[in-house]
Design a protein around this ligand. Structure first.
Ligand code: PMP
Length: 382
């Protein structure tokens, strides 16, 4: 079986697995303890923070460790909203955001906040003009993802950040960077980001570890009450093994980004070209994120194609992993103007740095065979 669901999660680097086990075994002290066990663990956390900060081109004091990007996104959105609510109670985001931003924003509406969910064009994009036009006197936060986790569409973050900060310097800019880091260049200062979320398990790091970049001077209302870990923003004993493991993965993913992208782009173009030759399929991804090809098979339930592909030896995804068990058609595809049938028949193929040309050959063959098989069944039914 070949795994083509790297946008859902990735197999950890061998080096990460060894490191996590090693830290669990040997460095089990609580980083807050005053004795040498504590100091030892604290040093590891400090080093991990420096490594992550270096990979993002920011300072270590601006990194807050979390349990993953769901937490980072919640902390960014709700933490900023609750801290800055005396300035205003309006947030701008996009209708195609990941549920950890989308639902966090919706939840805030129950607390008296107003949220503008910007529509996207048929390619899934918002423009800087759209964002600026939605900003009001009481807007405190704009939250926009880098790469869409379903379609691989990329938002124009530099244009948005520069335009936003020029006109509205006090409005915070949060980026969900989960699907972009390690695949595309990242420039947090150039994008004028105030907050930026990452997750380790999308980068061949461990599950249950993530980070939030919080620009110096930005304050957040902590979502967890407790100790003073993570500069008081995220209480709780640090998960030392996973955070050290994450820092390794972040460093490797950052260092290898250009080479990873170069290889993936070739695969993406081969698979996308194949999709275009199959008249039943409609491509939803573009020449944007290197690692994602997404298409619709209108009239066919996505799960049926997924299981047919699985029988042929390849694992892909319907929608995103976080919402694939929900029965409704994809909110992201509907927002891009796709009809119900197209939005219910979405398939995502996502590559990892470990793939080979031969894997891609097998994937393409399986795709051809799966569609042919389903079409012959359909004809027989008719
Ligand atoms: N944002 C995006 C764009 C994602 O793809 C994901 C993972 N599906 C998340 C946030 C949530 O990350 P985590 O699994 O670490 O909670």
């Amino acid at each position: 079986m070949k795994y083509f669901d790297y946008a859902a999660t990735t197999p950890p680097f061998e080096e990460v697995i060894t490191t996590v086990a090693e830290v669990m075994r040997r460095h089990y002290g609580n980083p807050s303890s005053m004795h040498r066990y504590g100091e030892d663990a604290d040093k590891l956390i400090k080093r991990s923070r420096e490594v992550c900060a270096a990979a993002l081109g920011v300072s270590p004091a601006e990194i807050v460790f979390t349990s993953g990007a769901t937490e980072s996104n919640n902390l960014a959105v709700k933490g900023a909203a609750l801290h800055y609510q005396t300035r205003g109670k309006h947030i701008v985001t996009v209708s195609t955001e990941h549920p950890s931003v989308y639902e966090a924003c919706k939840q805030l509406t129950n607390l008296g906040f107003e949220v503008t969910f910007l529509p996207v064009d048929e390619k899934g994009h918002v423009s800087a003009e759209q964002v600026c036009a939605a900003v009001r006197k009481d807007t405190i936060l704009v939250s926009i993802m880098h790469v869409n986790n379903e379609t691989g569409r990329v938002q124009p973050l530099r244009d948005i950040g520069v335009a936003l900060k020029k006109r509205f310097p006090r409005v915070l800019f949060h980026i969900d960077g989960v699907q972009g880091f390690g695949k595309l260049p990242v420039d947090l200062r150039g994008w004028q980001a105030d907050l930026y979320s990452l997750s380790a398990h999308k980068l061949r790091g461990p599950k249950g570890a993530g980070l939030l970049f919080v620009r110096e001077g930005v304050e957040l209302f902590p979502l967890l009450s407790g100790g003073s870990q993570e500069q008081g923003v995220r209480a709780g004993t640090e998960n030392v093994p996973l955070l050290v493991g994450m820092s390794k993965a972040v460093r490797l993913a950052g260092e290898r980004q250009a080479e990873t992208a170069r290889r993936m782009i070739e695969w993406r173009e081969r698979v996308a070209a194949e999709v275009k030759t199959i008249p039943q399929l409609r491509l939803n991804s573009g020449k944007e994120a290197p690692h994602i090809v997404h298409f619709s098979y209108p009239g066919m339930k996505a799960e049926v194609l997924l299981h047919t592909l699985e029988q042929l030896g390849v694992a892909v995804s319907t929608k995103s992993a976080c919402s694939s068990k929900l029965a409704e058609p994809s909110r992201v595809l509907l927002a891009m103007g796709r009809n119900e049938a197209e939005a219910a028949g979405g398939i995502r193929i996502s590559f990892g740095d470990e793939h080979t040309e031969q894997d891609i050959d097998e994937l393409i063959l399986a795709l051809r065979q799966a569609v042919a098989k389903l079409e012959s069944l359909e004809r027989w039914k008719r």
